[in-house]
Design a protein around this ligand. Sequence first.
Ligand code: SF4
Length: 419
Amino acid sequence: MNVHDSEKIAGILTAKNYELAYNPNEADLIIFNTCSIRQKAEQKFYSQLGKLKILKKKNPKLKIAVAGCIAQQEGDNLIKKVPYVDHVLGPQNLEFFNNIFEEKEKILALEENPHLQYLELPIKRIDKVKAFVNIMYGCDNFCSYCIVPFTRGRERSRPSSAIIKEVKQLSEQGFKEVILLGQNVNSYKSQYDFPGLLRELNRVGENIKRIRFVTSHPKDFSLDLIHAIRDLDKVCEHIHLPLQSGSDKILELMNRKYSFKEYMKKIEILKKEIPNIAITSDIISGFPQETEEDHKQTINALREIEFDGIFAFKFSKRRGTKASQMEGHIAEEVKSERLSEILKIQDEITERKNKELEGTIQEILIEGFSEKSADQLTGRTRTNKIFVSQKSNKILPGDIVKALIIKGNKHSIFGNFLI
Ligand code: SF4
């Protein structure tokens, strides 16, 4: 979501003929698009911001803007704390970037924007193959650990017609994949519901070959959506379904509104209806009041479900959330131990699942050249596994090709193109 917001900020400014500077010394305006989902992201931001003090002294004309969730949370406190910050813009107020160079006073834009879903901002996309498309903004779920409903506001769905139009344009521009974005896409509601929107999008744009979406809240994950993934040729066989914990007690404290049994039931239907589905998830380790027994239940859940991959993090206290006020916070070293165990077990499962692909033929969308070696191309399977191969003169980013998988590793699969 933040990456796409950055594309919108860049879109607004390039539409006004400003150019990206590749060195902070050359910039007239430095923008931080911040994330406050975990403490570590916040610390990183403050450390980078601190480094700009000297630059600002050398060049008093330089402006510094802070956007995103830290901006929303801190508001004018940020300017009080760091006086050389010029502008503070929350994630619902990106259109203020339109006048950022003309504005003589400090901008403080933090209001809830009730029209956000109707706002069509220019976008400067960083990728030429895959494109993010917002389908909704905000969240109504108030998971007890999460800051998003406070920073991004209430849930609002973008009109289906605007989404369909954007996907058609992306197809005309040659994009191959769209990634639909929402905090909880399953509760999308406009002219169509979410499975209905997928059915419409599956019909438009002949260049678009793949449709993905993030994120699905398990409580709203419906049979109709499972059928849409199963039946629609462009919708990829991958679902990210955050479990967070295998313990019902912790799920309740998290306000997740499902039990482990209910979650499992949906996983079973999903695996039965779409046998080649890849399932990934999020796990929080060391939530307040998590006992060894609760942690064991999460470990058991990982073994039972066998996710293709997970994002797992230690619980991070976020100011203003219910969880931050709870009793029974877990010591850092215990959180770290539990996280290590979770990651170790999941790594084994992921590697084993990737090895199971050896000898199979997979459809790969080539995304670009490997960061590790310019002699290698990278892409993804429909199930969202990272694929690596030696480069071929006949294959370019954006191509969809068949490949024989010869090696499954922990974080990627390696193969040869069948051409
Ligand atoms: S569903 Fe829960 S975790 Fe996800 S954004 Fe909403 S409140 Fe946060």
